[in-house]
Design a protein around this ligand. Structure first.
Ligand SMILES: [Zn+2]
Length: 453
Protein backbone atom coordinates (compact mmCIF):
# COMPACT_ATOMS: atom_id res chain seq x y z
CA UNK A 1 0.00 0.00 0.00
CA UNK A 2 1.32 3.43 -0.99
CA UNK A 3 0.87 6.82 0.64
CA UNK A 4 1.61 9.82 -1.55
CA UNK A 5 2.14 13.11 0.25
CA UNK A 6 2.08 15.81 -2.40
CA UNK A 7 2.39 19.57 -2.67
CA UNK A 8 4.50 19.97 0.49
CA UNK A 9 7.55 21.87 1.65
CA UNK A 10 9.91 18.91 1.91
CA UNK A 11 12.94 19.46 4.16
CA UNK A 12 14.99 16.36 3.29
CA UNK A 13 18.09 16.71 5.54
CA UNK A 14 19.74 14.34 3.02
CA UNK A 15 23.28 14.48 1.66
CA UNK A 16 22.74 17.81 -0.12
CA UNK A 17 20.12 19.00 2.39
CA UNK A 18 17.83 19.90 -0.52
CA UNK A 19 14.44 21.44 0.23
CA UNK A 20 11.63 20.79 -2.29
CA UNK A 21 9.04 23.56 -2.38
CA UNK A 22 5.86 22.03 -3.80
CA UNK A 23 7.37 18.54 -3.74
CA UNK A 24 6.20 15.17 -2.53
CA UNK A 25 7.12 12.03 -0.61
CA UNK A 26 6.00 8.63 -1.83
CA UNK A 27 5.85 5.89 0.80
CA UNK A 28 5.33 2.19 0.17
CA UNK A 29 5.17 -0.24 3.06
CA UNK A 30 7.90 0.66 5.55
CA UNK A 31 9.99 2.65 3.11
CA UNK A 32 10.31 5.91 1.23
CA UNK A 33 10.18 5.23 -2.51
CA UNK A 34 10.72 8.72 -3.89
CA UNK A 35 11.20 12.30 -2.66
CA UNK A 36 10.95 15.68 -4.37
CA UNK A 37 9.54 15.81 -7.89
CA UNK A 38 7.64 12.53 -8.03
CA UNK A 39 7.39 10.66 -11.32
CA UNK A 40 3.61 10.03 -11.71
CA UNK A 41 4.28 6.55 -13.11
CA UNK A 42 5.60 5.52 -9.67
CA UNK A 43 2.26 6.26 -7.99
CA UNK A 44 -0.02 3.23 -8.04
CA UNK A 45 -3.74 3.70 -8.80
CA UNK A 46 -4.79 2.65 -5.28
CA UNK A 47 -2.29 4.91 -3.48
CA UNK A 48 -3.70 7.16 -0.79
CA UNK A 49 -3.02 10.70 -2.00
CA UNK A 50 -2.75 13.45 0.60
CA UNK A 51 -2.57 17.06 -0.60
CA UNK A 52 -0.44 18.87 1.99
CA UNK A 53 -1.31 22.35 0.68
CA UNK A 54 2.18 23.60 1.42
CA UNK A 55 2.66 22.03 4.86
CA UNK A 56 6.15 20.96 5.80
CA UNK A 57 7.40 17.37 5.75
CA UNK A 58 10.48 16.64 7.87
CA UNK A 59 12.28 13.50 8.97
CA UNK A 60 10.91 12.41 12.35
CA UNK A 61 12.93 13.80 15.24
CA UNK A 62 15.44 11.54 17.01
CA UNK A 63 15.50 12.05 20.79
CA UNK A 64 18.82 10.62 21.97
CA UNK A 65 18.20 10.62 25.72
CA UNK A 66 14.80 9.78 27.26
CA UNK A 67 14.13 8.19 30.64
CA UNK A 68 10.78 6.58 29.86
CA UNK A 69 10.51 5.16 33.38
CA UNK A 70 10.64 8.64 34.89
CA UNK A 71 7.62 9.89 32.95
CA UNK A 72 5.16 9.23 35.76
CA UNK A 73 7.49 10.80 38.33
CA UNK A 74 7.16 14.23 36.71
CA UNK A 75 7.49 16.98 39.30
CA UNK A 76 9.24 14.80 41.87
CA UNK A 77 12.38 16.93 41.88
CA UNK A 78 11.34 20.51 41.18
CA UNK A 79 13.41 23.15 42.98
CA UNK A 80 15.48 20.81 45.14
CA UNK A 81 19.26 20.42 45.19
CA UNK A 82 20.93 17.61 43.23
CA UNK A 83 21.64 15.27 46.16
CA UNK A 84 18.09 15.65 47.53
CA UNK A 85 16.78 15.05 44.03
CA UNK A 86 18.81 11.86 43.62
CA UNK A 87 18.84 10.30 47.09
CA UNK A 88 15.53 11.47 48.58
CA UNK A 89 13.37 11.59 45.47
CA UNK A 90 14.59 9.66 42.41
CA UNK A 91 16.14 6.61 44.04
CA UNK A 92 13.14 5.98 46.35
CA UNK A 93 10.79 6.61 43.42
CA UNK A 94 12.47 4.42 40.82
CA UNK A 95 13.31 1.63 43.24
CA UNK A 96 9.60 1.39 44.14
CA UNK A 97 8.47 0.91 40.56
CA UNK A 98 7.18 -2.42 39.24
CA UNK A 99 7.52 -3.84 35.75
CA UNK A 100 3.92 -2.82 35.02
CA UNK A 101 4.65 0.73 36.24
CA UNK A 102 7.56 0.88 33.81
CA UNK A 103 5.31 -0.27 30.98
CA UNK A 104 2.63 2.34 31.70
CA UNK A 105 5.26 5.06 32.23
CA UNK A 106 6.73 4.18 28.82
CA UNK A 107 3.31 4.39 27.16
CA UNK A 108 2.76 7.79 28.75
CA UNK A 109 6.18 8.96 27.56
CA UNK A 110 5.55 7.68 24.03
CA UNK A 111 2.37 9.77 23.83
CA UNK A 112 4.36 12.93 24.46
CA UNK A 113 7.11 11.87 22.05
CA UNK A 114 4.68 11.12 19.22
CA UNK A 115 2.84 14.40 19.81
CA UNK A 116 6.08 16.35 19.51
CA UNK A 117 7.23 14.63 16.30
CA UNK A 118 9.68 12.04 17.63
CA UNK A 119 9.90 8.77 15.71
CA UNK A 120 13.01 7.29 17.29
CA UNK A 121 14.73 7.54 20.66
CA UNK A 122 17.40 6.16 22.97
CA UNK A 123 16.59 5.20 26.55
CA UNK A 124 19.48 5.15 29.04
CA UNK A 125 17.87 2.67 31.35
CA UNK A 126 15.17 1.95 33.82
CA UNK A 127 15.08 -1.27 35.80
CA UNK A 128 12.62 -3.18 33.64
CA UNK A 129 13.65 -3.43 30.03
CA UNK A 130 10.76 -5.85 29.42
CA UNK A 131 8.23 -3.17 30.45
CA UNK A 132 9.82 -0.60 28.18
CA UNK A 133 9.89 -3.07 25.29
CA UNK A 134 6.14 -3.70 25.63
CA UNK A 135 5.38 0.03 25.70
CA UNK A 136 7.51 0.93 22.67
CA UNK A 137 6.24 -2.04 20.67
CA UNK A 138 2.62 -0.96 21.16
CA UNK A 139 3.29 2.75 20.58
CA UNK A 140 4.87 2.04 17.19
CA UNK A 141 8.06 4.04 17.80
CA UNK A 142 11.67 2.98 17.34
CA UNK A 143 13.99 2.78 20.34
CA UNK A 144 17.36 1.67 21.65
CA UNK A 145 16.54 0.46 25.14
CA UNK A 146 19.01 -0.17 27.94
CA UNK A 147 19.00 -1.14 31.58
CA UNK A 148 20.18 1.27 34.24
CA UNK A 149 23.43 -0.42 35.24
CA UNK A 150 25.24 0.12 38.55
CA UNK A 151 27.81 -2.10 40.24
CA UNK A 152 29.16 0.24 42.94
CA UNK A 153 28.38 3.39 44.90
CA UNK A 154 27.32 4.43 48.37
CA UNK A 155 23.74 4.47 49.56
CA UNK A 156 22.12 2.62 46.67
CA UNK A 157 18.69 1.09 47.45
CA UNK A 158 19.11 -2.60 48.38
CA UNK A 159 17.29 -3.87 45.27
CA UNK A 160 19.87 -2.12 43.11
CA UNK A 161 22.96 -3.56 44.79
CA UNK A 162 24.25 -5.84 42.05
CA UNK A 163 27.59 -7.34 41.12
CA UNK A 164 29.36 -6.62 37.85
CA UNK A 165 28.57 -10.16 36.72
CA UNK A 166 24.85 -9.87 37.52
CA UNK A 167 24.53 -6.59 35.65
CA UNK A 168 26.28 -7.89 32.54
CA UNK A 169 24.35 -11.17 32.53
CA UNK A 170 21.02 -9.38 32.84
CA UNK A 171 21.82 -7.18 29.86
CA UNK A 172 22.93 -10.05 27.65
CA UNK A 173 19.76 -11.85 28.64
CA UNK A 174 17.62 -8.80 27.70
CA UNK A 175 19.49 -8.54 24.43
CA UNK A 176 18.86 -12.15 23.53
CA UNK A 177 15.15 -11.82 24.34
CA UNK A 178 14.29 -8.44 22.89
CA UNK A 179 16.87 -7.25 20.35
CA UNK A 180 15.35 -6.58 16.92
CA UNK A 181 11.78 -7.29 18.02
CA UNK A 182 8.64 -5.34 17.00
CA UNK A 183 9.46 -5.43 13.26
CA UNK A 184 13.04 -4.48 14.16
CA UNK A 185 11.94 -1.20 15.78
CA UNK A 186 13.10 -2.27 19.25
CA UNK A 187 16.80 -2.80 19.82
CA UNK A 188 18.72 -3.39 23.03
CA UNK A 189 21.85 -1.45 23.93
CA UNK A 190 24.17 -1.62 26.91
CA UNK A 191 23.82 0.97 29.66
CA UNK A 192 26.25 2.60 32.07
CA UNK A 193 24.50 4.87 34.52
CA UNK A 194 27.41 7.10 35.52
CA UNK A 195 31.04 6.80 36.57
CA UNK A 196 29.95 7.27 40.22
CA UNK A 197 28.21 3.91 40.02
CA UNK A 198 30.31 1.99 37.50
CA UNK A 199 33.63 0.23 38.13
CA UNK A 200 36.41 0.30 35.53
CA UNK A 201 35.97 -3.45 35.08
CA UNK A 202 32.27 -3.01 34.25
CA UNK A 203 32.99 -0.17 31.82
CA UNK A 204 35.65 -2.14 29.94
CA UNK A 205 33.61 -5.34 29.74
CA UNK A 206 30.51 -3.43 28.66
CA UNK A 207 32.45 -2.01 25.72
CA UNK A 208 33.69 -5.50 24.78
CA UNK A 209 30.15 -6.91 24.84
CA UNK A 210 28.74 -3.97 22.86
CA UNK A 211 31.37 -4.58 20.16
CA UNK A 212 30.64 -8.28 20.20
CA UNK A 213 26.89 -7.74 19.67
CA UNK A 214 27.29 -4.76 17.33
CA UNK A 215 25.28 -2.35 19.48
CA UNK A 216 25.89 0.91 21.34
CA UNK A 217 26.61 1.95 24.90
CA UNK A 218 24.51 4.71 26.49
CA UNK A 219 26.22 6.54 29.37
CA UNK A 220 25.87 9.78 31.34
CA UNK A 221 29.30 11.38 30.92
CA UNK A 222 30.82 14.38 32.69
CA UNK A 223 27.41 15.67 33.61
CA UNK A 224 27.99 17.46 36.90
CA UNK A 225 30.81 19.44 38.46
CA UNK A 226 30.76 17.03 41.39
CA UNK A 227 31.47 14.18 38.95
CA UNK A 228 34.68 15.78 37.74
CA UNK A 229 35.74 16.48 41.33
CA UNK A 230 35.11 12.81 42.07
CA UNK A 231 37.07 11.45 39.08
CA UNK A 232 39.93 13.86 39.79
CA UNK A 233 40.07 12.64 43.38
CA UNK A 234 39.73 8.92 42.61
CA UNK A 235 41.49 8.56 39.22
CA UNK A 236 43.53 11.75 39.05
CA UNK A 237 41.90 12.79 35.77
CA UNK A 238 38.50 14.00 34.48
CA UNK A 239 35.86 11.56 33.22
CA UNK A 240 36.45 11.66 29.46
CA UNK A 241 40.24 11.40 29.89
CA UNK A 242 39.65 8.41 32.14
CA UNK A 243 37.34 6.74 29.61
CA UNK A 244 40.02 7.28 26.95
CA UNK A 245 42.55 5.55 29.19
CA UNK A 246 40.14 2.63 29.58
CA UNK A 247 39.94 2.43 25.78
CA UNK A 248 36.16 2.80 25.57
CA UNK A 249 35.84 6.07 23.64
CA UNK A 250 34.54 4.90 20.27
CA UNK A 251 31.89 5.41 17.63
CA UNK A 252 29.39 3.25 19.52
CA UNK A 253 29.49 5.33 22.71
CA UNK A 254 26.57 7.71 23.21
CA UNK A 255 27.84 10.19 25.79
CA UNK A 256 25.06 12.16 27.43
CA UNK A 257 25.30 15.73 28.78
CA UNK A 258 29.15 16.05 28.46
CA UNK A 259 29.03 19.40 30.21
CA UNK A 260 32.35 19.29 32.10
CA UNK A 261 34.99 18.80 29.42
CA UNK A 262 38.39 20.32 28.80
CA UNK A 263 39.08 21.52 25.25
CA UNK A 264 41.38 18.53 24.80
CA UNK A 265 38.51 16.24 25.76
CA UNK A 266 36.25 17.87 23.14
CA UNK A 267 38.94 17.01 20.55
CA UNK A 268 39.07 13.45 21.88
CA UNK A 269 35.32 13.03 21.29
CA UNK A 270 35.85 14.06 17.67
CA UNK A 271 38.91 11.89 17.22
CA UNK A 272 37.13 8.79 18.54
CA UNK A 273 33.78 9.65 16.84
CA UNK A 274 31.95 9.51 20.18
CA UNK A 275 28.34 10.71 19.87
CA UNK A 276 27.05 13.46 22.16
CA UNK A 277 23.51 13.97 23.43
CA UNK A 278 22.89 17.58 24.41
CA UNK A 279 20.04 18.04 26.90
CA UNK A 280 19.71 21.79 27.37
CA UNK A 281 16.75 21.87 29.77
CA UNK A 282 18.19 19.50 32.35
CA UNK A 283 21.62 21.08 31.89
CA UNK A 284 20.20 24.49 32.70
CA UNK A 285 18.63 23.15 35.83
CA UNK A 286 21.76 22.02 37.59
CA UNK A 287 24.57 20.86 35.31
CA UNK A 288 25.87 23.92 33.45
CA UNK A 289 26.63 24.95 29.87
CA UNK A 290 28.00 22.28 27.53
CA UNK A 291 30.55 23.51 25.00
CA UNK A 292 28.22 22.93 22.07
CA UNK A 293 29.54 25.75 19.83
CA UNK A 294 33.09 24.36 20.19
CA UNK A 295 31.89 20.80 19.58
CA UNK A 296 30.11 21.88 16.38
CA UNK A 297 33.21 23.80 15.24
CA UNK A 298 35.33 20.69 15.77
CA UNK A 299 32.83 18.47 13.97
CA UNK A 300 31.66 16.37 16.93
CA UNK A 301 28.37 14.58 16.21
CA UNK A 302 26.00 16.44 18.57
CA UNK A 303 22.38 15.33 18.91
CA UNK A 304 19.56 16.44 21.22
CA UNK A 305 17.76 14.70 24.10
CA UNK A 306 15.06 15.61 26.60
CA UNK A 307 16.31 13.60 29.61
CA UNK A 308 13.60 12.46 32.07
CA UNK A 309 10.37 14.10 33.20
CA UNK A 310 11.69 14.36 36.75
CA UNK A 311 14.68 16.43 35.65
CA UNK A 312 13.44 18.52 32.75
CA UNK A 313 9.65 17.96 32.94
CA UNK A 314 9.09 18.34 29.19
CA UNK A 315 9.75 15.35 26.94
CA UNK A 316 9.45 17.68 24.00
CA UNK A 317 12.19 17.85 21.37
CA UNK A 318 10.75 21.06 19.96
CA UNK A 319 11.21 22.83 23.29
CA UNK A 320 14.77 21.46 23.51
CA UNK A 321 15.53 22.69 19.98
CA UNK A 322 14.31 26.15 20.92
CA UNK A 323 16.36 26.14 24.12
CA UNK A 324 19.43 25.00 22.20
CA UNK A 325 18.97 27.96 19.89
CA UNK A 326 18.94 30.37 22.84
CA UNK A 327 21.26 29.33 25.63
CA UNK A 328 24.54 29.18 23.71
CA UNK A 329 23.94 32.58 22.19
CA UNK A 330 23.36 33.87 25.70
CA UNK A 331 26.42 32.53 27.49
CA UNK A 332 28.70 33.19 24.52
CA UNK A 333 27.22 36.68 24.00
CA UNK A 334 27.14 35.87 20.28
CA UNK A 335 23.80 35.61 18.49
CA UNK A 336 25.35 33.90 15.46
CA UNK A 337 26.43 30.65 17.17
CA UNK A 338 24.39 27.40 16.87
CA UNK A 339 22.13 28.51 13.99
CA UNK A 340 18.80 26.86 13.22
CA UNK A 341 20.12 24.64 10.43
CA UNK A 342 22.65 23.13 12.86
CA UNK A 343 19.86 22.46 15.33
CA UNK A 344 17.74 20.70 12.69
CA UNK A 345 20.75 18.53 11.84
CA UNK A 346 21.19 17.71 15.53
CA UNK A 347 17.52 16.74 15.90
CA UNK A 348 17.40 14.56 12.77
CA UNK A 349 20.41 13.09 10.97
CA UNK A 350 22.90 13.57 13.80
CA UNK A 351 20.42 11.78 16.06
CA UNK A 352 20.28 8.90 13.59
CA UNK A 353 24.10 8.76 13.54
CA UNK A 354 24.17 8.80 17.33
CA UNK A 355 21.89 5.75 17.27
CA UNK A 356 24.14 4.17 14.58
CA UNK A 357 21.18 4.15 12.18
CA UNK A 358 22.14 6.84 9.66
CA UNK A 359 21.60 4.35 6.84
CA UNK A 360 17.99 3.81 7.94
CA UNK A 361 16.45 7.17 8.92
CA UNK A 362 17.21 10.76 9.93
CA UNK A 363 16.63 12.12 6.42
CA UNK A 364 14.00 11.85 3.71
CA UNK A 365 15.63 9.85 0.92
CA UNK A 366 14.49 7.05 -1.37
CA UNK A 367 15.27 3.70 0.21
CA UNK A 368 15.17 4.92 3.81
CA UNK A 369 12.53 4.02 6.36
CA UNK A 370 9.39 6.13 6.24
CA UNK A 371 9.90 7.99 9.53
CA UNK A 372 8.46 11.46 8.92
CA UNK A 373 6.34 14.23 10.33
CA UNK A 374 3.93 16.75 8.83
CA UNK A 375 4.15 20.28 10.22
CA UNK A 376 1.27 22.73 9.88
CA UNK A 377 2.43 26.26 10.74
CA UNK A 378 -1.13 27.58 10.76
CA UNK A 379 -1.85 29.52 13.95
CA UNK A 380 -0.83 32.68 15.80
CA UNK A 381 2.35 31.28 17.40
CA UNK A 382 4.16 30.31 14.19
CA UNK A 383 2.69 32.61 11.50
CA UNK A 384 3.72 34.52 9.49
CA UNK A 385 6.49 32.19 8.34
CA UNK A 386 9.19 34.30 6.71
CA UNK A 387 12.38 32.35 7.31
CA UNK A 388 10.98 28.90 6.70
CA UNK A 389 13.85 26.89 8.18
CA UNK A 390 14.53 29.10 11.20
CA UNK A 391 10.79 29.10 12.03
CA UNK A 392 10.99 25.36 12.72
CA UNK A 393 13.40 26.07 15.58
CA UNK A 394 12.51 29.54 16.80
CA UNK A 395 8.70 29.54 16.56
CA UNK A 396 7.35 26.01 16.09
CA UNK A 397 5.44 24.38 18.96
CA UNK A 398 4.55 20.73 19.34
CA UNK A 399 0.96 21.69 18.45
CA UNK A 400 2.22 22.40 14.92
CA UNK A 401 3.13 18.73 14.48
CA UNK A 402 0.07 17.58 12.60
CA UNK A 403 0.96 13.95 11.90
CA UNK A 404 3.71 11.48 12.81
CA UNK A 405 4.67 8.39 10.78
CA UNK A 406 7.15 5.72 11.86
CA UNK A 407 8.16 2.74 9.73
CA UNK A 408 5.45 3.67 7.20
CA UNK A 409 2.65 3.64 9.75
CA UNK A 410 0.79 6.69 11.02
CA UNK A 411 1.16 6.92 14.82
CA UNK A 412 -0.65 10.24 14.92
CA UNK A 413 -2.79 11.73 12.19
CA UNK A 414 -4.36 15.17 12.37
CA UNK A 415 -3.37 15.29 16.09
CA UNK A 416 -5.17 12.03 16.92
CA UNK A 417 -3.01 9.23 18.35
CA UNK A 418 -3.82 6.07 16.42
CA UNK A 419 -1.73 3.41 18.13
CA UNK A 420 -2.61 3.99 21.80
CA UNK A 421 -5.69 4.78 23.91
CA UNK A 422 -4.53 8.15 25.16
CA UNK A 423 -7.26 8.85 27.75
CA UNK A 424 -6.97 5.42 29.35
CA UNK A 425 -3.16 5.72 29.58
CA UNK A 426 -3.31 9.19 31.15
CA UNK A 427 -5.73 7.94 33.77
CA UNK A 428 -3.78 4.84 34.66
CA UNK A 429 -0.41 6.59 34.62
CA UNK A 430 -1.59 9.25 37.08
CA UNK A 431 -3.00 6.63 39.43
CA UNK A 432 0.20 4.59 39.29
CA UNK A 433 2.34 7.67 39.78
CA UNK A 434 0.45 8.62 42.92
CA UNK A 435 0.70 5.06 44.27
CA UNK A 436 4.48 5.06 43.86
CA UNK A 437 4.79 8.41 45.68
CA UNK A 438 2.87 6.74 48.50
CA UNK A 439 4.94 3.52 48.55
CA UNK A 440 8.19 5.46 48.34
CA UNK A 441 7.13 7.77 51.17
CA UNK A 442 7.67 10.90 49.10
CA UNK A 443 5.62 13.88 50.25
CA UNK A 444 6.06 17.12 48.38
CA UNK A 445 5.60 20.14 50.65
CA UNK A 446 2.78 22.59 49.85
CA UNK A 447 4.21 25.78 48.37
CA UNK A 448 1.14 27.82 49.31
CA UNK A 449 -1.40 27.23 52.09
CA UNK A 450 -3.99 24.77 50.74
CA UNK A 451 -7.58 24.86 51.95
CA UNK A 452 -9.63 21.78 51.05
CA UNK A 453 -13.23 22.77 50.29
ZN1 LIG B 1 19.71 10.98 32.03
Amino acid sequence: MQTYLKNGYIVTMGEQETVYDGGGVLVEGENIVAVGKIDPSLVKPDAEVIDLQGKYVLPGFVNTHVHTSQQISRGVGDDVDFITWLHKRMWPYESNMTEEDSYVSTLMCCLELIRSGVTSFAEPGGQFVSGMVRGVSEAGLRAKLAKSVMDCGDGLPTVWQKTTEEELDQQVDDLKRFHNTAEGRVQIWFGLRTIFNNTDNLIIRTKELADQYGVGVHMHVAEAKSEIEYTQAVYGEPTVTHLERLGVLDRNLLAVHTVWLTNEEVSLLKKRDVKVSHNPASAMRVLGFAKIPRMLDEGVCVSIGTDGASSSNRMNMIDEMWLTSLIHKGWRLDSTVVPSQDILRMATKNGARALMDEALYGSLEAGKKADLIVIDPHGPSMMPVNDRIAALVTAMRSENVRSTMCNGRWLMRDRKILTLDEDAILQEACARGAAIYERAGIHLPDRFPVVKV
